[in-house]
Design a protein around this ligand. Structure first.
Ligand code: NAG
Ligand code: NAG
Ligand code: NAG
Ligand code: NAG
Length: 487
């Protein structure tokens, strides 16, 4: 007696062309599991007489009914009704099985083909096998997840937990390690609907020269204060050697000048700055693939001044405008220089071509504004520019000087004067009532050194109103300095 333990049969009309009329059985695809038994039919319509039947596995002859089981391999049997039974299925049994009925002359043989698919849950083997790949920047990365399983598993990838936008379900991923950010954990998932999906991961490590950053490279200080130069090593594989230099020589440390490292943050600390500490410093991180430098300037010069935009304080008339600015300096501000000129840029006119027509003289005027006598650190000034032209847009830049030197230039402030008395505002130009705004450009792009300069130095030291000498083509200015000091 035959015990057919479990037969999982899923019937499909596999191939109509194969299903010739005389067959009573229909072609089937049997999806089954390991160790199961499968029975494949081979019945002819109204066949009572004895037939001669051969079974083939793919194109290999398995057995012949006239040849009494002679060719049948282990685990395979042909029954008296010509059904083929395969026991204890294994992966090697996945194949097409063809039953061939040999008929007497003049008829040729007829055939019917079935399939067995022994289903296996997926397995994954990573490439490289240990799931770890280390390359130098620029080298080739070749990783993969080789899968087994029937049906063939579908492979999906994630990098550092995020799904990767690949166009197909490839098992191999190959790329050039062009950038350190390509490093990470590449995880594959293999799924074929049989059992649970299988995951595996490959960690890719890319060696590269260090990357260092600093939030502040221009460090403003004063004698007697504590100051710190801070650099961050964002990346270093292999680990970097760290050093601080001053003028090309390693910084000498003692109980006043310290080097501190916490995780990837490196500090050069001056507990109490001396005059001789001011200067240029370099932080260097170096490994065998390269080095990264960051230059610092420990300086007493003022920070970059900035104009304040405040509608309540930026008072405009037809001929004057009130400017306000602020600067950080630990030392007394000796003077400011305010650069001013009419603005003929893209904002002046809404007519597309109008500003190209008038290359009018557009020189910077230089106004020296006395500083204050406070120690700061925050110094503020208010200055009323007078003698301006009504309905005109101007731009301004300010720099500050203390005993250590000149600050960098501020961002550019744009402002406009009001229309004159009885003047009708030009309908097409309404930019003249623009609210003041600060331009986002690097002020260095304004080549002040190249601009023609009209100089006027106010020597009244900021006391009250001052009559300015007449300068041809120049504005006259009235100076009011108001000094604030915080702390
Ligand atoms: C099939 O039989 C073998 C041998 O007894 C056993 O190792 C294997 O786990 C079985 N497979 C399944 C899916 O039960
Ligand atoms: C063919 O014979 C086998 C074994 O005796 C039996 O299990 C199977 O049901 C038979 N098929 C038909 C259609 O009679
Ligand atoms: C510091 O570096 C700047 C350029 O960044 C250079 O102009 C200046 O002379 C240097 N100062 C010293 C003290 O070397
Ligand atoms: C600024 O002017 C100087 C002197 O004429 C010139 O050498 C330099 O190239 C100019 N810089 C820019 C950014 O135009």
């Amino acid at each position: 007696m035959l015990l057919v333990r479990e037969i999982v049969v899923i019937l499909f009309i596999k191939n109509i062309a194969n299903c010739e009329k005389p067959f009573k059985s229909v072609p089937v695809i049997v999806k089954s599991y390991e160790n199961d038994t499968v029975l494949l039919p081979c019945y002819l319509e109204g066949a009572e007489s004895k037939l001669r039947v051969r079974w083939y596995k793919d194109s290999t002859l398995l057995g012949d009914s006239e040849d009494a089981h002679h060719h049948l391999p282990p685990r395979v049997r042909m029954h008296a009704n010509y059904s083929l039974q395969v026991d204890t299925l294994g992966s090697e049994d996945t194949a097409d099985y063809t039953c061939e009925v040999v008929r007497p002359e003049p008829w040729g043989p007829i055939r019917q083909t079935h399939s067995i698919e022994v289903q296996y849950s997926p397995t994954v083997r990573t490439i490289p096998e240990d799931g770890f790949l280390e390359v130098r920047k620029g080298e080739f990365v070749d990783i993969g997840c080789e899968t087994t399983g029937t049906p063939e598993p579908i492979v999906d990838w994630r990098k550092n937990g995020e799904p990767m936008a690949l166009l197909d379900h490839r098992s191999r991923i190959k790329f050039r390690a062009e950038h350190r950010l390509l490093a990470g954990v590449y995880e594959c998932t293999a799924n074929n609907g049989v059992g649970s999906p299988i995951r595996a991961a490959i960690r890719v490590v890319i060696h590269d020269a260090p990357v260092v950053t600093a939030e502040r490279t221009f460090v403003h200080t004063a004698v007697g204060l504590r100051a710190a130069l801070i650099a961050k090593v964002e990346f270093a594989i292999p680990p970097a050697r760290i050093s601080w230099y001053r003028d090309g020589r390693p910084v000498n440390t003692d109980e006043r000048v310290l080097i501190i490292a916490q995780e990837n943050v490196h500090q050069l600390i001056f507990r109490s700055v001396r005059m001789t500490d001011l200067g240029n410093y370099t932080f260097r991180a170096e490994n065998k693939l390269g080095m990264a430098d960051i230059s610092f300037k420990l300086t007493g010069i003022p920070n970059t001044p900035s104009f304040k935009v405040d509608p309540a304080l930026n008072k405009a008339t037809s001929t004057s405008f009130t400017l306000i600015w602020e600067v950080d300096s630990y030392s007394t501000i000796i003077e400011y220089i305010l650069w001013l000129r009419q603005y003929h840029g893209r904002h002046v006119n809404t007519e597309p071509d109008s500003f190209t027509t008038a290359p009018t003289a557009n020189f910077w005027s230089k106004i020296v504004v006395p500083g204050d006598s406070r120690d700061g650190p925050i110094h503020s000034a208010i200055y009323v520019v007078r003698g301006l032209t009504p309905s005109t847009v101007y731009e301004a830049i300010v720099t500050a000087r203390n005993r250590f030197g000149w600050s960098k230039q501020s961002a550019v402030l744009h402002f406009a004067t009001e229309p004159g008395v009885g003047e009708i505002k030009p309908a097409t130009i309404d930019d003249t009532d623009i609210t003041p705004y600060l331009e986002d450009l690097e002020p260095e792009t304004y080549n002040v050194s190249q601009a023609q300069i009209f100089e006027f130095i106010d020597d009244s030291k900021g006391t009250g109103t001052h009559e300015t000498p007449y300068l041809p083509g120049m504005l006259s200015f009235t100076l009011i300095i108001i000094i604030f000091s915080s702390s």
